[in-house]
Design a protein around this ligand. Structure first.
Ligand SMILES: Nc1nc2c(ncn2[C@@H]2O[C@H](COP(=O)(O)O[C@H]3[C@@H](O)[C@H](n4cnc5c(=O)[nH]c(N)nc54)O[C@@H]3COP(=O)(O)O)[C@@H](O)[C@H]2O)c(=O)[nH]1
Length: 814
């Protein structure tokens, strides 16, 4: 069939003539209109292949206006047939971009040629249009930005820009670019990438590059740029026509960066990564997987990890089914097996990867070896419950143990015992030999305690030199006593330290659950009280708890707290016991003896508080105070009375162990002006034995000019060798050997032996506790030079002693 043509002509005859002519040429005339508006409407409904349009029409709309509207609305080709060709008419006709302009009158063959050319041109244009449409679709679908700039014919930049919508989104619309000029477009390229692009525009006909750009929304991104450069006029960039396509590859770049980073992570992370497909077959593992498990990639690819990795039963999955609905992620601890069979704890994360339909495509499992963490946890746990020095349990461990064991023993009707022990003499060793030796000693003792126990018993060091042994499930209380004996023996065995051999003993208190206490706190308190009891009974022994001990413990605490105040508020006082010449009973000196006027307990004898003061360290302050007070007082008496008096002052082991002991004595002598040759320092045998460098200390004291006496002689274990090498002036026979003289043959023998030692070593001798004339007589005959005791005088308050000196009570000494 021929092409479909619509005729727009106001003269009916001409229109019919035209129709006949067209039909004779084989065309199909689908409509005839005489009015412009009608023509526009029918063009829309008929959609002819061509419209032949007269310019003069019926009605207000002429042919040029109708043609313009048809062109705009339907893009149909139009050929004008008119008798007019004025400039104005042509101008108006031009606006509709006609396919031909035929001046009436015309020949049929002219019409035939014009119609044929118009139809041919429209066909081609339709083809181009469709092709452009397809291209536009493709460009938009690919979000490609297409641009073109060209120069004017004279070589001046005309900056005619054609930008696709995607391009406009990236760099702004064409109008804006036209305003700002192509420089603004080039300025959007990153300065580092710009020179290469400019050079390519100058020298190349085709450009393919990736550049960084700043987009119109000020976002930094990357684009892929394809351009063709067509020379135009002169050779420089400005005179070229350039068509380009750019594609925003910012996301792609970021994605590639992410992929690269992910790959680096995959390759270099310390965590093992395993990727399996939906059937749980391994498709990829990273180097850390091989390092952690020992399996090379080629050995495990295609394998089901459940078959070789976890230490679980056959058929168990390597995770608790993350592919179950709602389970996209699982993490937890599993024990895994390395290729060499070694089992290690691992912390695993398992994620599922799903496709767009939500179907699982892969599993990604990451895991790390947490043996280090578990080990560190175990160490921290161990540190929290164990004593760092000895490795025994610590206070927390004791609390935890008793909190756990006491209810069990209660429920099962069992007994539990704790032995609270404190080392006797440890503080002195620690102070004199130093903390390194002290630590070593504690380690040895801790080892002995530990080794002396059953596997079911527990050894705890609760601090310093205090240890606790917990004995669960006690069948017989006597067993605790046997264990205490055994431990006492092991503890007092001498310890070889790097430079010395030392001995300590222990005082132990035993409390039994539920007999003595029902709670953890009560148990510890009861055992502690019993331990103090053992200490006050002479140390190196154990004591079972009894209710009256609690009262004694309370008293001890009362004493300790009271002593602190006593030093501050001067409620201590010094009594003086006269020392007489055996021969004639004349006064030769006095022993300073401390007393404490307690507000509630009355006059407290030193036996009750010296031990507490030694344990609490208060003895240093008390001893210094006694020395200063006695020297000051004796100095007054020396000045006032014409008697050469010797002042004896007791010094305890702890005082002597102090670093500044000798300096302190020297300072007191200087401070009080008391003559050193009149001062006698009384030390016990045990003091000399406890202090390794006592020999040096005694020589330093002697260098000050003071004399030294050994108190309570005979009660310790002084060897004659020791005495021989010490600069001692006097020994004082303990009153326990004097008490039954002259009746007791043993005491006679001991007194004679002591007198022989004193005489052979050239030492002076004083008898203590002389209460009877017969004792005085006997000791005098043995060669004992001095004596003190109730026979002559009890210890006297300062004022009483002064009366004695002033002669008021001289007779009292005889
Ligand atoms: N480190 C210090 N120790 C001191 C100090 N003051 C005293 N002490 C020591 O305390 C212990 C008890 O002393 P005390 O209760 O004063 O008893 C002394 C005398 O009262 C007592 N004594 C004297 N004669 C007799 C007697 O005939 N019979 C009898 N039953 N008791 C008597 O002996 C104690 C003196 O003993 P000693 O010191 O061994 O000469 C005692 O160990 C004191 O050393 C102090 O300031 N620091």
């Amino acid at each position: 069939m021929g092409a479909r043509i619509m005729v727009v002509e106001d003269e009916r005859i001409v229109a019919l003539d035209l129709k006949g002519g067209l039909e004779s040429l084989g065309y199909d005339v689908v409509g005839i209109s005489a009015r412009g508006a009608d023509a526009v409407e029918r063009a829309g409904s008929l959609r002819p292949d061509l419209i032949l349009m007269d310019i003069n029409l019926e009605g207000p709309m002429d042919g040029t206006e109708a043609a313009r509207l048809i062109r705009e609305d339907y893009r149909l080709p139009i050929v004008f047939l008119t008798a007019y060709a004025t400039e104005k008419t042509l101008e108006r006709a031009e606006a509709s971009i006609p396919y031909g302009y035929l001046l009436k009158p015309f020949e049929l063959r002219e019409l035939a040629a014009t119609v044929r050319m118009a139809l041919a041109r429209h066909k081609v244009e339709l083809k181009v249009e469709r092709s452009e449409e397809r291209l536009r679709l493709a460009v938009n679908a690919a979000s490609l930005g297409v641009w073109e700039w060209s120069s004017s014919a004279d070589g001046q930049p005309s900056d005619g820009y054609e930008l696709s919508p995607a391009m406009e989104r990236l760099v702004g619309d064409a109008a804006q670019i036209s305003r700002e000029g192509r420089e603004s477009l080039l300025q959007r390229i990153h300065p580092a990438d710009r020179p290469a692009i400019l050079e390519a525009l100058q020298t190349q006909s085709s450009i393919l590059a990736s550049v960084r750009m700043r987009f119109q929304d000020e976002r930094e991104g990357s684009v892929e740029l394809h351009a063709r450069v067509y020379p135009q006029g002169g050779g420089d960039t400005e005179n070229k026509r350039v068509i380009g396509v750019i594609r925003d590859i910012t996301e792609k770049r970021a994605f590639e960066d992410q992929l690269r980073q992910a790959n680096v992570v995959f390759e270099s992370t310390a965590e093992g990564i395993l990727i399996a497909d939906a059937q749980r077959r391994i498709i990829s593992v990273n180097p850390a997987f091989t390092a952690l498990t020992g399996y090379p990639a080629e050995e495990v690819l295609g394998q089901d990890p459940d078959k070789f990795l976890p230490t679980r039963r056959e058929g168990d999955h390597f995770n608790p089914e993350p592919d179950e609905p709602g389970n996209a992620y699982w993490q937890g601890e599993l024990a895994c097996r390395r290729s060499d069979g070694e089992v290690f704890p691992s912390w695993q994360h398992v994620c599922v990867v799903r496709n767009e339909l939500g179907k699982i495509t892969h599993f990604v499992m990451t895991f790390s070896d947490i043996s280090g963490i578990r080990k560190a946890e175990a160490q921290i746990n161990h540190m929290a419950y164990h004593d760092a020095l000895t490795g025994l349990g610590n206070r927390h461990r004791l609390d935890e143990l008793l909190d756990m064991e006491l209810p069990r023993h209660q429920a099962e009707g069992l007994r539990l015992a704790i032995i609270f022990m404190d080392l006797d003499g440890f503080k002195t060793i620690n102070d004199t030999l130093g903390h390194t030796s002290g630590d070593l000693l504690l380690q040895v003792i801790a080892g002995r305690i530990h080794d002396g126990l059953r596997r079911s018993d527990y050894a705890i060091r609760i601090g310093g030199d205090e240890f606790v042994v917990v004995i669960p499930d006690v069948k017989r209380v006597e067993d605790c006593a046997l264990l205490a004996e055994k431990l006492l023996k092991q503890i007092r065995t001498p310890v070889e330290l790097p430079h010395e051999r030392v001995s300590v003993s222990a005082s132990m208190g035993i409390a039994i659950f539920p007999d003595n206490a029902r709670t953890r706190q009560e148990m510890i308190k009861s055992a502690d009280s019993a331990m103090y009891e053992a200490k006050s009974r002479g140390r190196n022994r154990y004591a079972f708890y009894s209710p009256d001990m609690a009262a004694r413990t309370r008293e001890r605490m009362l004493i300790e707290q009271g002593l602190v105040r006593a030093l501050e508020d001067n409620s201590l006082t010094v009594y003086y016991q006269p020392v007489v010449d055996m021969a004639d009973g004349s006064l030769v000196g006095m022993e300073a003896l401390v007393r404490w006027q307690h507000p509630e307990l009355g006059l407290v004898p030193p036996d009750r508080f010296i031990g507490v003061a030694e344990e609490s360290g208060l003895i240093d302050g008390i001893g210094a105070w006694v020395m200063r007070t006695a020297c000051t007082q004796a100095m007054i008496w020396l000045a006032k009375y014409p008697i050469e008096l010797r002042l004896a002052v007791n010094v305890s082991v702890r005082e002597m162990a102090a670093d500044n002991f000798v300096d302190r004595i020297s300072h007191t002598l200087q401070e009080t002006g008391f003559p050193p040759q009149n001062l006698e320092i009384e030390l016990t045998e045990s003091t000399l034995q406890s202090i390794e460098h006592s020999q040096g200390l005694l020589y330093q004291l002697k260098a000050l000019g003071v004399s030294i006496a050994i108190d309570d002689f005979g009660t310790g274990f002084s060897s004659l060798g020791l005495l021989k090498h010490l600069p001692i002036d006097r020994i004082k026979i303990d009153r326990s050997f004097v008490r039954d003289l002259p009746a007791d043959s043993n005491d006679i023998a001991i007194a004679r032996a002591i007198a022989a030692i004193a005489s052979s070593l050239g030492l002076q001798m004083t008898a203590e506790g002389v209460e009877e004339k017969a004792q005085q007589q006997f000791l005098h005959e043995l060669g004992c030079q001095n004596a003190q005791g109730y026979l002559f005088s009890r210890p006297l308050a300062r004022e009483e002693f002064e009366q004695l000196l002033s002669g008021d009570k001289q007779n009292a000494l005889h």
